[in-house]
Design a protein around this ligand. Structure first.
Ligand code: FES
Length: 226
């Protein structure tokens, strides 16, 4: 068996817990990254925040786990794996990781006590207002949105700062919206319909997306934060 192939651990694969900051992504803020109902039991939801791919899942008691979508062994996406009880099992060599990210079992070396240094990169997690929130080092509680029904997430092919500026320019009756910075060039609008009318909300959001994506960066407030 070659080094780090199916069982042995390469120290170079250790996760970097605080990834590089992406310009325009504020490390102290909470960002909505999923709806509560996106992360159903046994399912691994994949999303992106600040250029970092994340795998989101729940333990049996419903606790949300948000991990970097990269196995600390050989870098395979953890979102391709499967949830087994309170653990996530990587699809490639079936290493298992418990809540909190610690590796608990390496099938190729079943008698080995797994070193505590082997663990998935865990991101902060919170649930509030029907949404799941994360961030690099978020302070305080997630933003308190008004009560309502969570609307469909809307990807927009423009930087988060441009999308946020467009949202701030318009009054959105019946909607409370936030922006998920996906990567340097795209964002996802999430939020709630305070009147529960998700169809009307969807129409408004799609109109917003058309307007933002059709306009150039100048019309949308420049490329700040891009
Ligand atoms: S890549 Fe080997 S267990 Fe995940």
């Amino acid at each position: 068996m070659s080094a780090n192939d199916g069982g042995t651990f390469d120290a170079g694969a250790r996760p970097d817990f605080w990834p590089d900051f992406w310009p325009g992504f504020s490390p102290g803020d909470w960002y909505a990254i999923a709806a509560d109902h996106d992360v159903i039991p046994g399912h691994i939801y994949r999303t992106t925040l600040g250029g970092h791919d994340l795998a989101v899942w729940r333990t049996r008691d419903g606790t949300v786990q948000i991990w970097r979508d990269r196995c600390p062994h050989r870098g395979v996406r953890l979102s391709l794996g499967e949830v087994a009880g309170d653990e996530l099992r990587c699809q490639y060599h079936a290493w298992r990781f418990a809540r909190g990210g610690a590796c608990t079992y390496i099938p190729a070396q079943p008698a080995m006590k797994v070193p505590g240094t082997i663990h998935a990169e865990v991101w902060p997690a919170a649930e509030a207002g029907g949404l799941i929130w994360s961030g690099i080092d978020p302070q305080g509680a997630p933003p308190a949105l008004p009560a309502g029904t969570v609307v469909r997430a809307l990807p927009v092919a423009r930087p988060a700062a441009v999308v946020a500026e467009a949202l701030a320019e318009t009054d959105w009756p019946g909607l409370a919206l936030v922006v998920q910075p996906a990567d340097a060039q795209s964002a996802i609008v999430r939020g709630v319909a305070t009147d529960g009318d998700c169809l009307a909300a969807d129409r408004l959001l799609r109109a917003l997306r058309r307007r933002i994506e059709q306009n150039g960066p100048e019309q949308n407030g420049g490329e700040r934060g891009a």
